[in-house]
Each structure stands twice: as C-alpha cells, then as structure tokens.
Design a protein around this ligand. Sequence first.
Ligand code: SAH
Length: 298
Amino acid sequence: MSSDSKVINLAQGSEPHTRTVSGFPGLPVFEPGWVWLVGAGPGDPGLLTLHAVNALQQADVIVHDALVSENILGMAAPETEIIYSGKRGGKPSAKQRDISAKLVELARAGKRVLRLKGGDPFVFGRGGEEALALVEAGIHFRIVPGITAGIGGLAYAGIPATHRDTNHAVTFITGHMAGGDVPENLDWTAIAKGSPAIVLHMALSHLDAITKIMIEAGRSPSEPMALVRNATLPDQLVLETTLGRAAVDVARTGFSGPAIIAIGEIVRMRDSLDWLGAMSGKTLRTDPLGTRGALNAG
Ligand code: SAH
C-alpha cells in the first residue's frame, strides 16, 4: 500500500440487522444515511436479486439510470422519492460528479439512498466511481451486483457467454468512451486474435468503425454476430448478421439501441438455444455447430 493512501473503516464494527422479505430471512435492514448501489439487471423484473427487492422495499429515495424499467421502479413503496439521473428525451445527461454529490447529500440528510443501475453496477456502470466518492465522503454503502446485459441479456437471445465447444474465454468491451469516441487504448489486434467471443456494450453508434477495426485486425467478415435490443424485455429484438455486414444491416433495418452485441461462434448456439423463440413456435436445431457428425466419426 502506498504511504499516502488512507484506510477508512466504514463498518465500525456494526453488523446491520436483518429482516425477512417474502419468506427469505437474513436480508439486511437499510439503515438511514446509507447508500446501496444496486444492479437492477437488464430489465425483466424477474431477474432482480432478493437484495434488490429488499432495497426497493426500504429505500426513502431512489436515484436511477435510464435503463431501469418502470416496472421495477413500480416495486418501490408509494411514498419513495424517485430521482432520474440518466439521459432521456433529449435532456442533457446528468454529470457523474453531480450524481455522486447528490448521493452524498441525500445520505447526509439521513435518507436510505438506493442508487439503482441497469445491469451490474460494476460492469460499464460507473459503480466504482460512485462508490469511491462515497468512501471519500465517509458514507456507509453496500454493493448489490446485478445480472449484466452482457451475460443475462444474451442468454435471453439463446446465446451463452461461454460454451465448451466454442470458447474458453470471452471479452467484454465498451464501444463508447466517456467522450463518445471508440476506445483507442484497447489493443484491438490482440483482442481480435486472442478472444474467440466478444461482447460489446454501447457499441451501436460506432459499429462501422469497430467492425472495420476487427476485420483489419484479422477477424473474418463472415464471423457470426448478433445484436440484441431491449434484451429480456417484452419488446426484445434480435438482429443476426455477420461482422462484415453488421453496419449495413443496422442502417438498413433502422435497428436502434440499447443493444448488447455478441461476436463469435457462440452466436451459432442460438439456433439451438433460442428458448424464447421456441415458446413462439420456432423449431430448435439439435446440432448448431454441425460438429456432432464429426465427433461421432472420431
Ligand atoms: N451496467 C450495465 C451496462 C451499462 S452501459 C450492465 O451491466 O449491463 C449501457 C449499455 O448496456 C447499453 O448501451 C447496452 O449496450 C447495454 N444494455 C443494458 N441493458 C440492456 C438491455 N436490456 N438490452 C440490451 N442492451 C442493454
């Protein structure tokens, strides 16, 4: 540890009391003056954790992002104050500094502050930045992980993040820097060569640039790719394409975000694992990779 770092003990030896929610005992009591940074998952309320439900039931105030659905906010107690901190309807987006300052202010006023974020707060969600601001201000906090769109959202499209026959690694990338540009400090060539499966958040507006970079770095233009819009929500929409065609297909179909994007052989698994599609009559294949014959022959 460097000599100029400070160690702050936020727990002060006080274990929070517990309560029972819907028959599940042992969930923490939300103490006044605390901030809980909670992941709300990709949208389907059924993907909330018990900790998230527990938080929604006790919070005095909820500060939420654009990707938290109305259905989920509707689970809060009627008197809960709800503050929107995302970007919507052309309004300028709230500055990260201001959001962190608001959390500190509300906690200092003795509120139970629920900071509710889409997906997982620590996956391209700036949860770390907000938690650091709380540490600096000496505010007690709890982190509740959520199901990230990068895994759970793809699962609702029948795409596994890993599968033994396709990939032993997966790389999560944000296609968008704070300033709005394609991330330049990434070694795209190394990723293109080394990662059999790539999952992109926030990449729709830079799709043309990103797919070109990846093809230039050696990836095949015919590699399967899927874009999942509003994953896990009733209007989920999946566009299946390839690395080479993706940008044209997106423009041609007017496909818009929020979308989670998968690149690699994992996308082929959808032919067999699109369980939502099967519910509406799609026939699932039994050999999506066409390997069964080869395996049997071996
Ligand atoms: N913390 C979030 C990511 C926030 S960044 C998480 O763990 O998922 C916002 C991006 O996440 C969106 O631009 C989109 O790429 C992705 N995303 C979040 N929810 C989504 C959903 N329901 N459907 C598709 N993409 C989603």
